[in-house]
Design a protein. Sequence first.
Length: 588
Amino acid sequence: MARRRFVALAVAALVGLGGAVWWSVTPARRSIPLVRGQAPPASLKAHCDEAVGAPRVERVTDRVFLAIGYDLASTVLVRTDVGNVIVDVGMSPARAAPVREALLHASPGPIAAIIYTHSHIDHVGGASVWADPGVPIWATASFTDHFLKQYGAFRRAESRRGAAQFGEHVSEDSLPCSAIGRRPDLAAATTTGARFPSHTFSGAQDLEIGGVRLHLREAHGETHDQLFVHLPDEGVLLAGDNFYRSFPNLYTLRGTSPRPIDAWIASLDAMRRLAPEHLVPSHTAPISGRDQVREALTRYRDGIQWVRDRVIQLANAGRSVDHIAADVGLPPALAGAPELAERYGQVDWSARAIYDERLGWFDERPERLYPHAPAERARRFVDAMGGGEAVRARAREAVAARDPRWAVELYSLLRDAAPEGMSPGTPLAGELAAALDALASEVGNTNGRAYLLETGQRLRHGEPPLSAPTLDPAFLDVLPVSHFFTIMATRLDPELAADVHESARFEFTDTGERLTVTIRHGIAEVVAGEPLPGTPEPLAIVTTTTATWRRLATDLRSPLAAAASGELAIAGDALAFRRFTGRFRRGL
C-alpha cells in the first residue's frame, strides 16, 4: 500500500509538468471577430497583386518552376534526370499539399532531394508532405541550433508577437497579403511537418543531381543559417530570404536576435558576382534579365549599407537613437526603388536594431539612466497635462483632427498611468483601439498595419490563448532532451522558490545522459553529468528514456501509463518531489 501511494504521489508530481518543461495543452479559444472594413492603401493592394498574386506555378526555365501565392514562402522545383529537387517546403502540411500537387503536375517524377534555404518555419514546416522515405534534406550546419530557438524559451512571446505581426484576427479585405507572400494560416501552422536535415555543410557544397549542378553557398543574412542556391547551367539564383521585393526585415516585430548586417551585405555581393539571368527569391515574384537582376541586387545591398552607415555616422555625432531613427531615411537615388519600398521591413525599425546591436540600449541620454517606473512616469505626465479627463479629451480631439499618432501616444499615457482603466472591453480601451485603427489606415507596411489592427482587436475582446504546436514523432524524436530542460529552467516561479535549495535528478537509460535540476536563489540550474560542488542530494531520481521523456514533456503520453509500463521510474521522497515540480509554472 505504501509503495502504491509513493508511486501515485510521484507520478502526480509529473502530471502537468509538460506545461512547465515545454508547453501545455491548448486551451479552448475564445471567439474573436475579424477586423473588417479597413480598406488598405491602394499602393499596398497593387503590391499584393504584383509581387504576390494568386496561387500559381511559374516556369522560370525549362528546369526551374516556382510555386508562388500559395503560402507565405514560395517553393521551387528543379527538374533533373533522376527526379525533382525541392527548395523550401512551405509552412505547414496543409499549405504544402496543394503546392506539391501543382508542382508535380508541371513536372511529374519522384523527389530526389530537398534543400532548406534556412530554418524559419514558413520554409520547413511542410517537409512531411515532400520528404518521401530516404529523400536527403540539405541545409547549413547551423540550421538545427537556429531552428530550436524558435521553439525555445521565448516561444510564447514570439508566438504572441508573430500572431500580431501577421494579423491573426484581421480580415483579408483589410490586409490582402503579407508584403512577402500569402498571409500565413497560423492555425494550420501549429501542426508542423518539419524535419531536421540529414545532410549539412559549412561554407560551400556543390551537388550534381540527375545531370543538374546545384551550388549551395552559406550566406548569412536574414538568418545566421541562410544559404542560396546557384544553378550555373540555368543562370538561376535562388536567393532564399536574403532578397525579396520590400525593404528587408533587418528587424522583425515578432522579435529575433540581431541580424548580421555586414554578413548580409557580403552575401548580396556574392550573389552579384554570379551575374545570374534569373533571380528567384523565396518570397515575392522573380526577376529576369541580367541587367535587371544586377541593378536590383545592387540597390538592395546599397540600401542596407546606407542605413548601417548612417546609424554609425549619427551615433558618432552624439545623436540619440530616437533622432537617428527619425533622420536616417533613404537617399533619393534609392528611395523610389521598388525592392526597397517599406512594405515588410522598415528603415527606422532597422536603424534602432542596428544601434542596439552595435551600442546597446543606452544612447547617451542621461534621463534614460534612472527614469521613474513606467506607471509613475505616466502618472506624472498625465497630472502635468491637467489629469486623466483632460488627456482623454485631447486624445479624442486628435482623432477628430485626423492625428492618430498623437492620439495613440496620449491614450498610451493613460494606459500606463492606470492600466485597470484600459482593461479589454472598457470604453477607454475601445477608444485606444479606434485610434490604432485610424493609424493603421495610413500604414502601407503589412507588418505594422497588421500589428496595429490586431492590437486594437485584443483591446476590444481580450488576449486570445495561444495555440500549442502539434509535433509528429518523426520530428519529436530528434529534439535534444536537454532542450526541454533549458526551457524548464525559465519557468521556475520565483515566489514559490524563495529560500529553497533542493535538487532532482533525471537519468536516461538509452543515452546515459544525466541531468540535475537544482533550485537555488530563485533560479533553476540545469547541469549535465556530475552535479556541481554544493549541490544538495537529489530528493528524487527520475529514470526513463529520452523518447518517453519527450512524450511526457509534450503531454503526448500519460505519466501514469509510462509508470505502469515500466518506462518511467521515480525513486525518493514523493511528497518533496511533488512540491519540487509544483514550483514551475505551467503553460508559459
